[in-house]
Every structure is written in structure tokens, then in C-alpha cells.
Write a protein that binds this ligand. Structure first.
Ligand SMILES: Cc1ncc(C[n+]2csc(CCOP(=O)(O)OP(=O)(O)O)c2C)c(N)n1
Length: 640
């Protein structure tokens, strides 16, 4: 596909050579390129389409990369990547060894701050602004944050700090009235009110209002730019009260307006932070996205003509099993309540919401608040289920420690996206929850090895009434045997032996179970028959089971989908510090390596980490070789 202007634009410097009247066409070409790319790669589409004009205008007006453009979340940056030296690699987006789906410093000098978790942009920008001031550097700092991301506490901490200074940095609110699901909260209501506000005024009225406040250079140019001033509100907004110069709302798809406003902001000195309110449309310019409920927030590969998704699986996801099971349990237990931090559909709680809307609480992107709010609910005898992705739960660690664990409150954590998550990469990997929860007194931590087990763990958590509990499960689908549904609760801290073998035992926690079973099949050919056990609990660990494995095997391997310091470490801690009886068994632990794993398919990630079936089998074979357990047996099988 060839593009009239985009073909010659590789960097913003190429864009800046064009006259302003070409930018509309550039924007539509950029939009088309973005759609065609995501149709092939899958990924985040709606957010990027909503900021096409803003992206063009920002790179046109500001001297990036010297001026620092900091995107919040970073899922909207595909158009930005195309304009900043990555056009020819854009179809490698989210693929192995390809471009990252969010912002990554090492990828480009146009990416001054890495991101994927939301609401960090203003804080990072403030840090850069302070550094610039200390260095006598007058580069501009521009942070672009969405209305969804503005629901997080961290954004308010930053606004509170920045607004009290005279630092002239620019915060652009990309207000598309969407988070992943519908946005929630008082700020969202406030922004809507602002938009429909009676404070809209004519250019003359506007000028009168602002001339007193703005230095003359801004007001004069504002006066000239009549087209963008129509919807401008000044004075009296919350953002002004916080110490910002508030400008807006303006149409974030009107490229000429955007360019003139940004030019003004670049050249004028207002001696204060600036808050520019842009109204945009998520999915803009692509009908299937505009019409879709989620505005094509995150999509699989799709057919550009129809917008139809290609290759999505019909198999049940772990999230859906969670949503269904909790919803069913809530039918007979009115104390069950569910909390999500802006991830209702992602966590499967949309299923719960269908039947129990009054007991579902979406707090916005506010993981910390979600956890402490759940703690409050628990004090009043409710059974709160906080469903948060492992990676986002990291935000709420102090709340977990101080508000939940320390008070031993029975908050139930449904930890989704545990383990590697594939193409979303290291910013989204659920690597640390076993580790950071295992060290907390009072916690019960479970990890199902399949979806049937997840059902049992949810049912078990219902009865854990005197302390916090968590169950963690991966992204995507898994083994679900509807005919074998067992809703019985589990005995706390008890695992079980899945297959009894000899010499070697694998003690598995979580959904590596499938790979372990596969490894055992591979080892059969070598006449090696390991025992396989399902630990079920990362805390409390099953000491009897561990003793049994140590006493009856020469080699015990633990395996878990998480970082060091997790389940394996707890087992070792028990063996070294608590178990009285010495053991001659060799013990090793398989867990995530001490590095971040790049985005690629989950299969490739587990292969890279040596956690796939072949690698597990190899590890066991190596043990046979190096430890000469039964050398003859090994040699014999090798010859065969
Ligand atoms: C701390 C954190 N929690 C949850 C998410 C998941 N998430 C990704 S984008 C998004 C919505 C962001 O909404 P907004 O900022 O308005 O951007 P839009 O997609 O509407 O452009 C959410 C909740 C995240 N990235 N970070």
C-alpha cells in the first residue's frame, strides 16, 4: 500500500517540512496504516485511532525528541511509533523480537519514559522538568494522559504536586469518555459536565475572561484562532483551582486547531503548568471500532473490511471460569461482593455483573483503593473478592500488607494473568505475586493446575473467613472438564500426588502441570517414571507431602510460574530451617529467571525460560546422567 505523504515520513523532521494544510491527509494515512497494521498483528487499536491527530500535531509543533513527549499507559502509541523511525518495523509489533506494544525507552529516543501501567506520565514528566530546570535546559515536557488513567491516585498525587509549582510543563488530557470499559467515578462525571457546561463562550466573551489571566502573547493568538476557541472554557475549573492554566475543551481531531493551540503553548510563557483538555473519540475513523462496545480497545487479528476477529478461541478462559463460579456462588451467598479496578470484562466480572450488579464495584484504575475498600467491606462481615491482574496488584502492596494482612481480614484476591502473559510482555507479566504474598503472615495462597481446580479454590476461599486468601491463575484458556466438576472445598495447605512414580518427584504449583505431564510422557521412552504432585497451596505448604517426596525420591523438583523467592523458596526454607530429619535427596527449583522476559507467545516465553515440557524432561535426564542414579538403566535406554 502506498501513501502520498506517509511514504516520505520516517521521522518528525520529515513531517515538519510539510505545510499545515497537508496534515489532515497525513492523519488519515496514519490512521489507515495503524488499522492495517493492527489487523495483522492484533493489539490495541481504539486508543491509537483516537490520538492520530494529536500525535501528528504534537510531533509537528514540538521539537521531539529534544522536547519530551510522555504518553500515559502507552497503548495508544502505534501512530507515534510510525512517525518516529519505526514505520518499517511496525508490522513486527508485539511479535517476537519486534516492536513492543507499549512504550519502551530502549526502543527509541522518542520514547523518553517506559510505560504500560497507567497514570505515571505526570510524575515522570515532573521529574524531567525538575531535571531540566536544574540543568538550565528549556526543553518542553508534554504528558498525554487519558480520562481513564486520570482515575488513578498516582495521577492526583502528581497533579497536586505539579499544580503547586510554577513549572511550565504541559499536561494534555485525552478525554475520550472511555477507559477499557465505561469510565467511572466523580472525575469522569465532572469532565462530562465540563464538556456540556454553560461556560462555553464566544471568542469575544472568552477573550474578556482570559485576557486578565493570560499573558498577552497567548490571548492575542487565541483571538486569531477563532475556530478552536468556540468550545473553550476558562476559569473556575477544578484544574485551575489546582494551580494549572486550564485550556479547553478543544476538538482533538481538528488538526488545525490542535496545531495552533500547541504553537501558542510552545511559544508563550505562562509561568505555570498548563492543562489542555482535548476531546477525542476512541476508535475514531474506523467504523467497526467506533460502533463496538469497547471501541476495539484490545483486539485479535481482524478482517479490515468487516472488523471481524480472526482466530479467537472458543475455549473458556480462566477469567470466565472465575466470573461464572463467583456469580453462581453469589446466588446463594448474599455476602459475596466483587471489586474491580477498571477491568470488569478483563477479569470476567462482567459475568458476575449480569446477575449481581448491585454487588459489583468498579472503582476505576485505583488498585490501592480497591484493596483497602475491600478490607473495609470485610470488617463488616462481607466476603469481598478483589479481582486484579497480578501485575497491577503490585500497586497495592502496602494496602495488602497494612490494611489486609496485618489485620487478618478475609479479603479474597482473585489474581488474574499470573505467570507470563505473552505479547503484552514484561510490563504485564504476573511474576511476583507468589513471592510478595508468601512473605506475609496470615495469607493463604492457592494456584490451580487447571480450571476445575480453580472452581474448587474459589469455593474453598468462600470458607476462609478469618484471614486473607488468594488464588492465582493465568491468562487465556486451560483444561476444563465439565463432566468432572467437583465443587468440594479443599483441605487448606494440602496437595496431592497425581501420579506415583519413583526416584524423581516433580512438585508442581499452578498451570505448568500440563507441561509436567507432557515431560513425564517424554521420559517414559527413557524408562524414567517420575512422581508428579500438585501442591495446590503456595502457603501454607504441605509439609507432609514434601516429607513424603523427600523420603521416597532421590531428586525433587519444584516448579512454579513466578519469580525467585516464591513457592520453591518456601519449600527450601522449610527443609533447611524447620525439617528435623536430614535428607539425601537433591532438590532443585524451577522458577522464572532473574531477568525480564520479552514479549512473544507464552509458549516461546516458557521455552526461553526452560519451563516447557522438553526442558523439564531434559533437566531430569541430565540428573540421571550426572548423578548416576541408575546408570545402567540410563545407558540401556539410551542404546535403545
Ligand atoms: C495500573 C493499571 N491498571 C490497569 C491497567 C489496564 N488498562 C490499560 S488501558 C486502561 C484504560 C485506560 O483508559 P484511558 O486512560 O482513558 O485511555 P484510553 O484507552 O481510553 O485511550 C486500563 C484500565 C493499566 N494499564 N494500569
Amino acid at each position: 500500500m502506498s501513501y502520498k505523504y506517509l511514504d516520505d515520513i520516517n521521522f518528525p523532521s520529515d513531517l515538519r517540512k510539510l505545510s499545515i494544510d497537508k496534515l489532515e491527509v497525513v492523519s488519515s494515512e496514519l490512521r489507515e496504516k495503524t488499522i492495517n497494521t493492527v489487523a495483522k498483528t492484533g493489539g490495541h487499536l481504539g486508543a491509537g485511532l483516537g490520538v492520530v491527530e494529536l500525535t501528528v500535531a504534537l510531533h509537528y509543533v514540538f521539537n521531539t525528541p529534544r522536547d519530551k513527549l510522555i504518553w500515559d499507559v502507552g497503548h495508544q502509541t502505534y501512530p507515534h511509533k510510525i512517525l518516529t523511525g519505526r514505520k518499517n518495523k511496525i508490522e513486527s509489533l508485539r511479535q517476537k523480537n519486534g516492536l513492543y506494544g507499549f512504550v519502551k525507552r530502549s526502543e527509541s529516543e522518542y520514547d523518553p519514559f517506559g510505560t504500560a501501567h497507567s497514570s505515571t506520565s505526570i510524575s515522570a514528566g515532573m521529574g524531567m522538568k525538575i531535571a531540566n530546570d536544574l540543568n538550565n535546559d528549556n526543553a518542553n515536557i508534554i504528558c498525554v494522559i487519558g480520562d481513564g488513567a486520570l482515575s488513578a491516585g498516582m495521577a492526583y498525587e502528581a497533579l497536586n504536586n505539579v499544580g503547586a509549582t510554577n513549572k511550565q510543563m504541559i499536561v494534555i488530557l485525552n478525554d475520550n469518555k472511555m477507559s477499557i470499559d465505561r469510565p467511572v467515578g466523580a472525575m469522569s462525571n465532572y469532565l462530562a459536565k465540563l464538556l456540556s457546561s454553560k461556560q462555553y463562550t464566544s471568542v469575544r466573551g472568552l477573550l474578556k475572561k482570559i485576557s486578565a489571566k493570560f499573558p498577552s502573547s497567548v490571548s492575542t493568538t487565541l483571538y486569531k484562532a477563532e475556530e478552536y476557541s468556540k468550545g473553550l472554557v476558562t476559569g473556575g475549573t477544578l484544574f485551575e483551582e489546582l494551580g494549572f492554566y486550564y485550556l479547553g475543551p478543544i476538538d482533538g481531531h481538528d488538526i488545525k486547531t490542535l496545531v495552533s493551540v500547541l504553537e501558542n503553548l510552545k511559544t508563550s510563557s505562562v509561568g505555570k503548568p498548563i492543562f489542555l483538555h482535548c476531546i477525542t473519540k476512541k476508535g475514531k475513523g474506523y467504523e467497526p471500532a467506533e460502533k463496538a462496545e469497547d471501541k476495539f480497545h484490545g483486539v485479535n487479528k481482524f478482517d479490515v473490511k468487516t472488523g471481524q476477529s480472526l482466530g479467537s478461541s472458543n475455549k473458556k478462559t480462566y477469567s470466565a471460569v472465575f466470573g461464572e463460579t463467583l456469580s453462581k456462588a453469589a446466588e446463594s451467598d448474599e455476602k459475596i461482593v466483587a471489586v474491580t479496578a477498571a477491568m470488569m470484562s478483563g477479569t470476567g466480572l462482567d459475568i458476575f455483573n449480569l446477575k449481581h450488579q448491585s454487588r459489583l464495584f468498579d472503582v476505576g484504575i485505583a488498585e490501592q483503593h480497591a484493596v483497602t475498600m475491600a478490607a473495609g467491606l470485610a470488617t463488616e462481615g462481607f466476603k469481598p473478592y478483589v479481582a486484579i491482574y497480578s501485575t497491577f496488584l503490585q500497586r497495592a502492596y502496602d494496602q495488602i500488607v497494612h490494611d489486609v494482612a496485618l489485620q487478618s481480614l478475609p479479603v479474597r484476591f482473585a489474581i488474574d494473568r499470573a505467570g507470563q502473559v505473552g505479547t503484552d510482555g514484561p510490563t504485564h507479566a504476573g511474576s511476583y505475586d507468589i513471592t510478595y504474598l508468601s512473605t506475609l503472615p496470615n495469607f493463604i495462597i492457592m494456584a490451580p493446575s487447571n480450571q476445575n481446580e480453580l472452581v474448587r479454590m474459589i469455593n474453598t476461599s468462600l470458607l476462609i473467613d478469618d484471614r486473607p486468601s488468594a488464588f492465582r491463575y493465568p491468562r487465556g484458556t486451560g483444561i476444563f472438564n465439565e463432566n468432572d466438576l467437583d465443587s468440594r472445598v479443599l483441605e487448606i495447605g494440602k496437595g496431592y500426588i497425581v501420579t506415583q512414580g519413583n526416584d524423581i518427584a516433580i512438585l508442581n504449583l499452578g498451570t505448568r502441570m500440563e507441561s509436567c505431564e507432557e515431560a513425564i510422557k517424554l521420559l517414559k521412552d527413557h524408562n524414567i517414571f517420575p512422581t508428579l504432585a500438585d501442591a495446590r497451596f503456595a502457603k501454607p505448604i504441605d509439609k507432609d507431602l514434601i516429607n513424603q517426596l523427600l523420603d521416597n525420591h532421590k531428586y525433587v523438583i519444584t516448579i512454579e510460574e513466578g519469580s525467585s523467592g516464591g513457592f520453591g523458596a518456601t519449600v527450601l526454607n522449610y527443609i533447611h530451617n524447620e525439617r528435623v530429619k536430614p535428607t539425601s535427596a537433591k532438590i532443585s527449583n524451577i522458577f522464572f529467571p532473574d531477568r525480564f522476559i520479552d514479549h512473544q507467545s507464552p509458549e516461546d516465553q516458557y521455552l526461553e525460560m526452560g519451563m516447557d515440557a522438553g526442558s523439564i524432561a531434559q533437566k531430569i535426564l541430565k540428573f540421571y546422567k550426572t548423578n548416576v542414579l541408575d546408570f545402567q538403566l540410563f545407558n540401556k535406554t539410551k542404546k535403545n
